[in-house]
Design a protein around this ligand. Structure first.
Ligand SMILES: [Ca+2]
Length: 263
């Protein structure tokens, strides 16, 4: 068997050449059909839907919260700003007695199925902030399930959370939504749902500002403040982990292989 050369195609057409050309054309049609099937398979596969809140035209209804030493939490609509056409939300954190406590999404459901996803946010601290008790301040992702007045909250642990004073300008932060990266919220927790149960029924999601401890045993451990300080966030949402993306592509390739085998 020989591979037809360009000359062979135009001139020396013996039977074997014609067979190879026909076979080649048939293989190309199968390949094209397979490719279409692969693309359809990738679209039809139940891919986890990622969603990023860009705040590009508004605050998207997000809230901020403040907290005092009595544990009173006050929420308000987050202030929206834009710089060079890029929108984000931002709040001042100047008051030591009424500290900035975090940001809360208006609609947790918009982030879709969360299991196995990566949470991401861009955060910019203006100035520097302190934590009321003098411990390291920590920005944490939180997820919560508040159903029938029973609350179950988890927050990202110290290993994957971060001290915003250690970063300058806009910085991207990511945490995989897996149990080893989270700890049960020690204060507000009244239920006994597991992490998996909470992640399947999230009604509340956002960022919470605390100190660096696994136990928030008093209200003074909660919230940030600093003279003239402000915390801005942008691009909060979910990212599909790379292995999942590869698995989805793999599922499409398996379909392609099965399709080819049936030919
Ligand atoms: Ca933005």
């Amino acid at each position: 068997m020989r591979v037809p050369s360009p000359e062979g195609v135009s001139a020396g057409k013996d039977e074997s050449d014609i067979y190879l050309l026909r076979k080649g054309a048939g293989a190309m049609r199968k390949f094209t059909a397979g490719l279409v099937l692969l693309l359809v398979g990738m679209v039809v596969s139940p891919a986890p839907a990622a969603y990023i809140e860009t705040f590009d035209s508004s605050n998207a209804g997000w809230y901020y919260g403040t907290i005092n030493n009595a544990g009173d939490v006050t929420t308000g609509v987050a202030a929206w700003q834009q710089t060079g056409g890029n929108g984000y939300i931002v709040q001042g954190a100047s008051e030591a007695t009424n500290r900035l406590y975090g940001y809360q999404a208006k609609n947790a459901a918009i982030f879709g199925e969360l299991s196995g996803m990566i949470l991401t946010v861009d955060l910019q601290l203006t100035g520097s902030i302190a934590q009321y008790e003098g411990a390291d301040p920590m920005v944490r992702f939180y997820i919560g399930s508040l159903i029938d007045e029973t609350s179950n909250y988890f927050v990202s642990n110290d290993l994957v959370s971060w001290n915003p004073n250690r970063f300058t300008g806009w910085q991207s932060h990511k945490v995989t939504l897996s149990e080893e990266n989270f700890l049960r919220w020690p204060n507000a927790d009244t239920g006994d749902k597991t992490f998996a149960q909470v992640i399947a029924t999230v009604t509340d999601i956002g960022l919470i500002f605390t100190h660096s401890s696994t136990t928030f045993n008093n209200f003074a451990s909660l919230g940030f403040y600093g003279d003239g300080a402000a915390v801005a966030i942008d691009n909060f949402g979910t990212v599909v982990p790379l292995p999942t993306a590869i698995l989805l592509l793999g599922a499409g390739l398996v379909r392609l292989a099965l399709y080819k085998r049936r030919q």
